[in-house]
Ligand binder design. Structure first.
Ligand code: NAP
Ligand code: MG
Length: 491
C-alpha cells in the first residue's frame, strides 16, 4: 500500500493532561508508524519529566478535589459502564487504529481487543458498589472495622502488544476503586490510548482523573516510576524492565504489580483429541503474531504421537494467511516494529544454529509490495528445553517443539523455566489433566484449550513472570488498601 492510499487515523497526537490536550513542555514529538507498510501514521507529543510531573499533579488534584472524590460508588459504576458502551459504539474505528498501529489482524482487533476492553469496563462497573470493608469480632468492648480505600495516583505503564486492552485492564479496576491514573502507553502504539482519552472525556470523566502521556520508557516511564506523588505502578512488559521498575520503585516504596514475560508450555498427551490440540497449538503461538505474553511457545509432544502431530501442525501452520492486517481474512499480521522483527529473525537463526529442525517458515514473509515487518509462521521440531529458542521469550510467531516420554517428564521439563505465566495440557484423561494443572508452576493453566481469558478470572504470573493478579475480584486488591479502625465502646 502506498502512503497516499493509506486511510489516515483521526487521533489527536498530544498529551492528555488534566482534561486538556497539550504539547510536550519540550515541544518534542515522535513519529508513530504503521508496521505493515513501514510508513509514518502521525507524529505524537513526547512526554518528558516535566510533563509527567504535570500529569501527576493533575491526577493528585483530581484525587483530592472536585467531582471525583465526591462521586458515589454507584456514580463511578455508571461512568465505567458508559465508557464500555462508548468503546463498543466506536469499535470499528478503534479496531482499525489498533490494527494500523500494531499490525495485528483486523479480525483480532475487532473481535477480541475492542470487545474485551469494553467488557473490562463493564465488568468493573459492577464492582464499584461492591468494594467494602468488614466488621471484626475483636475481644473487649471495642468496635473494629475496616475501610477499603483507594491508593491515590496510580501509574500505569503498558506494552505494545494489546495497547487498548492493556489500558482497559489498568484503568477499569483503578477507577472502580476510586483512584486516579497516569497512563504511559508503549512508544510504538500510543494511538488507541489517545482515542480512549476522547471516549473518557465524552463519558464525562472529571478532568485529571485519567491522564495519558505517550513517551519513551527510560524518560517518561522512569519519571513516573520515580515520582513521589505516585502511590503505585502497574506494569506490563518485559521481565528486564520489570526488574528495573522494582528497583526504582524502592526509592519511594511504591506498591508495584508486574505482569511480565513468559515461555509457556503447551503439553499434548497421546490420548488427546489431536485435531483440537493442533488448533490449540496454532492459536497458542500464532495468535497475535506470537507477540503475546502467554503464547504457547514451547510445545511438548508425547513421543508416540510426535510424527503424526507435527505433520498435522506443520500443514496447518503453512496454510495460515499472512498478509495485510486490514484484510478480514488475514490471520497473521505484521510484527510491531523493525526492531521486534530483527529480534525474532535472530532467534530463528539461533534455532538453526543450535540444531533444531526447521519444519516450516523460517524468515520474512513477502506481502504486497514487499514492505512491512511480516514473519512467516515458524516451527522448529526436535528442539530441546535447553536451547535458546526454548529458554528465552521470542515474542513472535516461532514455536519450539520438544518431545517427552511421560507425564513426569512433561511436567519436569515444562517447569524448567524462569517464567510461570501460563501452561496448557491436552488429554482425555481427567486425572492426568488435573494432576498436571496442580503440578504446573503457572498463573493460568488451560485444559484442552488455549488463550482463554475473561475479565472475571484472575491473570498473572508465577516466578519471574511477575506478581499481583489482574482482572476479577483479585484485580481490586491491587488498587485498594485496607484501614483498620478501632472504637472504644467502654463507658
Ligand atoms: P518493555 O521495554 O518492557 O516495554 C513495556 C513498557 O515499559 C513500555 O511502555 C516501555 O516504554 C516501558 N519502559 C521501558 N523502559 C522503562 C523504564 N526504564 N522505566 C519505566 N518504563 C519503561 O518491552 P518492549 O521493549 O516493548 O519489548 C521487549 C520485550 O518485552 C518483547 O520482545 C517481549 O519479550 C517482552 N514483552 C512482554 C510483554 C508482556 O505482555 N508480558 C509485552 C510486551 C513486550 P517504551 O515503549 O518507550 O520502551
Ligand atoms: Mg521498550
Amino acid at each position: 500500500m502506498t502512503p497516499a492510499m493509506e486511510p489516515q487515523v483521526n487521533v489527536t497526537g498530544k498529551l492528555w493532561i488534566g482534561g486538556d490536550w497539550r504539547d510536550a513542555a519540550s515541544g518534542k514529538t515522535f513519529e508513530v508508524m504503521n508496521p505493515a507498510t513501514e510508513t509514518p501514521l502521525m507524529p505524537v507529543a513526547e512526554a518528558g519529566e516535566a510533563d509527567i510531573d504535570l500529569a501527576v499533579t493533575a491526577a493528585q488534584k483530581a484525587y483530592t478535589e472536585g467531582d471525583w472524590p465526591k462521586m458515589t460508588a454507584a456514580g463511578r459504576g455508571q461512568l465505567l459502564w458508559k465508557i464500555g458502551d462508548l468503546l463498543l459504539a466506536n469499535a470499528g474505528e478503534l479496531a482499525r487504529i489498533e490494527t494500523m498501529n500494531n499490525g495485528k489482524p483486523i479480525f483480532e482487533s475487532r473481535q477480541v481487543d475492542v470487545p474485551a476492553a469494553a467488557a473490562c469496563f463493564h465488568y468493573y462497573a459492577g464492582w464499584a458498589t461492591k468494594i467494602h470493608g468488614e466488621t471484626i469480632p475483636v475481644p473487649g468492648n471495642f468496635l473494629n472495622y475496616t475501610l477499603r480505600e483507594p491508593l491515590g495516583v496510580c501509574g500505569a505503564i503498558i506494552p505494545w502488544n494489546f495497547p487498548l486492552l492493556m489500558a482497559a485492564w489498568k484503568l477499569a479496576p483503578a477507577l472502580a476503586c476510586g483512584n486516579t491514573v497516569v497512563l504511559k502507553p508503549a512508544e510504538q502504539t500510543p494511538l488507541t490510548a489517545l482515542k480512549l482519552a476522547e471516549i473518557l472525556e465524552q463519558a464525562g470523566l472529571p478532568a485529571g482523573v485519567v491522564n495519558i502521556v505517550p513517551g519513551f520508557g527510560p524518560t517518561a516511564g522512569a519519571a513516573l516510576v520515580r515520582h513521589p506523588g505516585v502511590a503505585k505502578i502497574a506494569f506490563t512488559g518485559s521481565t528486564a524492565v520489570g526488574k528495573e521498575i522494582m528497583r526504582e520503585a524502592a526509592g519511594t516504596l511504591k506498591k508495584v504489580s508486574l505482569e511480565l514475560g513468559g515461555k509457556s508450555p503447551n503439553i499434548v498427551f497421546a490420548d488427546a483429541d489431536l485435531d483440537a490440540a493442533v488448533r490449540g497449538a496454532i492459536n497458542g503461538i500464532f495468535y497475535g503474531k506470537g507477540e503475546v505474553c502467554a503464547a504457547g511457545s514451547r510445545l511438548f509432544v508425547e513421543s508416540s504421537i510426535h510424527d503424526e502431530f507435527l505433520g498435522k501442525l506443520t500443514e496447518r501452520a503453512s496454510k495460515l494467511q499472512v498478509g495485510d492486517p486490514l484484510h478480514p481474512k488475514t490471520r497473521v499480521g505484521a510484527l510491531v516494529s523493525s526492531g521486534q522483527m530483527k529480534k525474532v529473525l535472530d532467534y530463528i537463526e539461533a534455532g538453526n544454529r543450535e540444531g533444531a529442525k526447521l519444519v516450516t517458515g523460517g524468515g520474512r514473509a513477502s506481502v504486497g509490495d514487499g514492505k512491512g515487518y511480516f514473519v512467516k509462521p515458524t516451527i522448529f521440531d526436535q528442539a530441546t528445553n535447553t536451547m535458546k529458542i526454548a529458554r528465552e521469550e521470542i515474542f513472535g510467531p516461532v514455536l519450539a517443539a520438544i518431545e517427552f516420554r511421560d507425564i513426569e517428564d512433561a511436567i519436569s521439563q515444562a517447569n524448567q523455566t524462569v517464567y510461570g505465566l501460563a501452561a496448557a495440557v491436552w488429554t482425555r484423561d481427567i486425572k492426568k489433566a488435573h494432576k498436571a494443572a496442580r503440578a504446573l508452576q503457572a498463573g493460568t493453566v488451560w485444559i484442552n484449550t488455549y488463550n482463554m481469558l475473561d475479565t472475571a478470572s484472575p491473570f498473572g504470573g508465577y516466578k519471574m513472570s511477575g506478581f499481583g493478579r489482574e482482572l476479577g475480584q483479585h484485580g481490586l486488591e491491587m488498587y485498594t488498601q485496607t484501614k483498620s479502625v478501632w472504637v472504644d465502646l467502654n463507658d
